[in-house]
Design a protein. Structure first.
Ligand code: UD1
Length: 425
């Protein structure tokens, strides 16, 4: 089984550049189906989730070619409208073809994603929104079947769901009339999707705010677009730098996309210097305890929660992390406890009593971000930490081991992986 072996105690210094945002690239790939012709997407990370989404698109009849960090997607003719269970079960983000297939073909059949390691992740808002837009939905045999041209509607989301906002946005681009999405998610990746769709000829106003208005057009055209930098990947290396002293410079992303993360890093005692597309972090004199609560953007991202738990587990005092976005997103706590962290879970709160030193141990990645956070914990642990189930990490971090090594970490990859990729974030 493949694993990452970390020898703790090495300082990290230097620079690392992040790739394009996973959560944007996947949605832009889905959105490329909206236009007949060849779309080019640049700054696409080389991660297994992108390879899976390419398989989903190929299954629909698109021709996907990767050259280095660019993808060309020829969606001139689509031969299927079905995203099968085998693929959706591996990656929930494949449900984002629901909106683009309805937008392009006026029909879609997408497997229900089912439960998942980070809580029950429903699709009720996606479905209700499409129904509000006049799309006929049938659910049966584990599939969502959608049919009909959407019409303009006023859709109010119960919660600012990223996936629902994106699916409805895509479906609305070619709807008849004007659609308004209220209580929309405001994540930067939604801004990137809206920019991509607008370049394709969509008429979108208000992306990045809580109300998005889309005036439907008859058809969209292919474009050439570069994905925004990955704010979560950047945040992960910044936490690594803070845990191991730094200075570490992380570039290739927009620091305004992680303001809340930077605020919490500063509260933990980090010194930060922000440039136009980079942040330099250093932390000397011990980690201070911090309380934080995950919330939809611009709140603290749930995708940075585990990395902060690793950081705060060695703080000089007690911290509380409150998880408000997903149920059951504390599986990481059990693993880091095996390394000597003192974390108690009460409902959706984690109470963390900082310990002076973690001890290296064999641990298992519970999911993508939890896996990365275990490697960070290993960087400051006494002795060696062996992280298994690293296929989770490969879903979202290109060259994780290489990038950490370039900063001076003693990290290696060993063995061969027989793990089965599972859905997650
Ligand atoms: C996306 C991101 C993920 C991130 C999450 C929140 C991708 C591929 N993944 O996931 O990394 O952690 O946003 O920032 O972009 N919900 C419902 N009904 C719905 C839809 C969602 O109840 O119809 C609930 C979910 O169960 C969850 C919460 O809303 O508890 C947030 O989910 P959502 O914002 O939709 O996250 P994803 O789009 O799945």
């Amino acid at each position: 089984m493949q694993s990452i072996v970390v020898m703790g105690g090495r300082p990290l210094t230097g620079s690392v550049r992040v790739g394009g945002a996973k959560n944007s690239a996947l949605k832009l790939m889905a959105a490329s189906l909206l236009a007949a012709g060849v779309t080019t997407i640049r700054n696409v990370p080389d991660i297994s989730d992108v390879a899976l989404m390419a398989e989903v698109l190929a299954g629909l009849g698109a021709v996907v070619v990767r050259t280095d960090h660019a993808l060309t997607i020829d969606a001139t003719t689509l031969s299927s409208h079905e995203a099968p269970y085998e693929l959706v079960a591996k990656m929930r983000a494949s449900t984002s073809v629901l909106g683009s297939l309805v937008g392009r073909l006026r029909r879609a059949k997408v497997a229900m994603p089912g439960g998942c390691a980070i809580g029950s992740r429903k699709v009720d808002m996606h479905i209700r929104g499409l129904q509000d837009m006049g799309v006929r939905i049938e659910i049966g045999h584990g599939y969502i079947s959608a049919e009909g041209r959407p019409h303009g509607a006023n859709v109010i989301l119960d919660f600012p769901s990223v996936g629902a906002t994106e699916n409805l946005l895509m479906a609305a681009t070619t709807a008849s009339g004007v659609t308004t999405i209220e209580n929309a998610a405001r994540e930067p990746e939604i801004g990137d999707l809206a920019a991509f769709l607008s370049e394709m000829g969509a008429r979108i106003d208000g992306a990045g705010s809580t109300t998005i208005t889309i005036e439907g057009v008859d058809e969209l055209h292919p474009v050439d677009h570069a994905v925004i930098g990955d704010r979560i990947e950047a945040g992960t290396y910044l936490v690594a730098g803070a845990m191991c002293g730094g200075p570490v410079t992380v570039s290739g992303f927009d620091p305004s996309h992680i303001e809340m993360v930077l605020t919490k890093l500063a509260a933990a005692g980090a010194h930060l210097e922000t440039g136009p597309d980079s942040v330099t972090v250093s932390l000397t004199g011990g980690v201070r305890p911090v309380d934080l609560a995950t919330l939809p953007y611009p709140g603290f991202p749930t995708d940075m929660q585990a990395q902060f738990m690793a950081l705060l587990s060695v703080a000089d005092g007690n911290s509380v992390i409150t998880e408000n976005v997903f149920e059951n997103r504390f599986m990481f706590a059990d693993e880091i406890a095996r390394m000597g962290a003192d974390v108690r879970i009460e409902g959706h709160h984690a109470l963390i009593r900082g310990v002076p030193q973690l001890s290296g141990a064999p641990v298992r990645s519970p999911d993508l971000r939890g896996g990365a956070a275990l490697v960070l914990a290993g960087l400051v642990a006494d002795g060696s930490t062996v992280v298994t189930d690293i296929h989770h990490i490969d879903r979202g971090y290109e060259g994780f081991v290489e990038r950490l090594r370039s900063l001076g970490a003693d990290v290696t990859r060993s063995g061969c992986d027989d793990g089965i990729p599972q859905e997650g974030d």
